[in-house]
Write a new protein. Structure first.
Length: 290
């Protein structure tokens, strides 16, 4: 249920977006009333209307829960799929058992989560979906492997062969991919930052799976000053490398949530969830106005 709202004042115009998605029937409207989705989209647009432009530079960044996980999905998750790993087209090829992230990071892809947007009983290669731990305490534990990846790599397929329809051959794909919760509170993360950015809502972006270089827009952001959330800012983007941001995640909160989206790849466009608790990343490049 995506909703886009537009707010304007004079010549200034800003947009806000909100959505929800689950593998449910009409009862989804009881859990997510359309009016609440529209109100949230309008709120984001109004925040942007009164916001100043974001500063530019290398800053500590707190990225909030749910759709904040889009960075892990795009900049790291695709690089863990056998589609790229098997052909040595991923920075994570050949690194099973090696430390690739801060010890605070455990990342999971779970196609068995009840009623979630990316869930299914079986993948499109007739294998049962699984809960695959990709990274545990910073160590690379597993890749997402389809049957072709199994043949190339000698690693058993683990229920992630997915496709949009019969028009595509299945390939290794994510389902519900998230960073597991940690011991902290969001307030703890904010309080630990003297001067930085709080990204309340992430937007879209681009990534090179071979290098994990990424650039993501931020829909809703605020300055952090003296450990407190300050004024709203707009025009912010996050720039970096997925393999480096994994090492830069210093703290993970306990407020895990997921958000629905559509993921496009060589086997078409499929429903996937991204997710995480709030995380603190030290020294991430923020694009804005110097």
């Amino acid at each position: 249920m995506p909703v886009v709202a537009v707010a304007s004042r004079g010549e200034t115009r800003e947009t806000g977006q909100a959505d929800a998605g689950k593998s449910l029937g009409l009862e989804i409207f009881d859990r997510y009333p359309p009016e609440s989705i529209g109100a949230e989209a309008a709120r984001v647009a109004l925040v942007a209307l009164d916001a100043d432009y974001a500063p530019a530079g290398k800053l500590p960044v707190v990225i909030d829960k749910a759709f904040g996980g889009v960075i892990f999905h795009e900049a790291c998750g695709h690089a863990l799929e056998a589609t790229s790993v098997a052909d040595d087209a991923s920075v994570f090829s050949g690194k099973l058992g090696q430390k690739i992230a801060n010890s605070a990071v455990t990342a999971i892809d779970d196609g068995t989560m009840p009623n979630e947007w990316g869930s299914a009983s079986f993948d499109d290669e007739a294998l049962e979906t699984k809960r695959n731990v990709l990274i545990k305490d910073g160590v690379l534990e597993s890749y997402l492997v389809d049957r072709l990846g199994q043949a190339k790599m000698g690693i058993p397929a683990n229920g992630c062969g997915r496709r949009e329809s019969y028009r595509y051959a299945p390939t290794s794909r994510m389902s519900n991919t998230y960073i597991a919760p940690g011991p902290h509170k969001l307030a703890d993360l904010i309080a630990s930052v003297d001067h930085g950015i709080y990204c309340a809502k992430m937007g879209g972006g681009s990534v090179d799976p071979a290098t994990t270089d990424f650039n993501f827009a931020v829909r809703e952001a605020y300055l952090i000053e003296g450990g407190k959330i300050g004024k709203a800012v707009k025009g912010a983007s996050l720039i970096g490398k997925g393999s480096e941001i994994l090492m830069g995640i210093e703290a993970v909160a306990d407020d895990l949530d997921v958000a629905a989206g559509m993921c496009g790849s060589s086997s078409g466009s499929i429903p996937t969830n991204v997710g995480q608790p709030a995380i603190l990343v030290r020294g991430l490049v923020v694009g804005g106005r110097a």
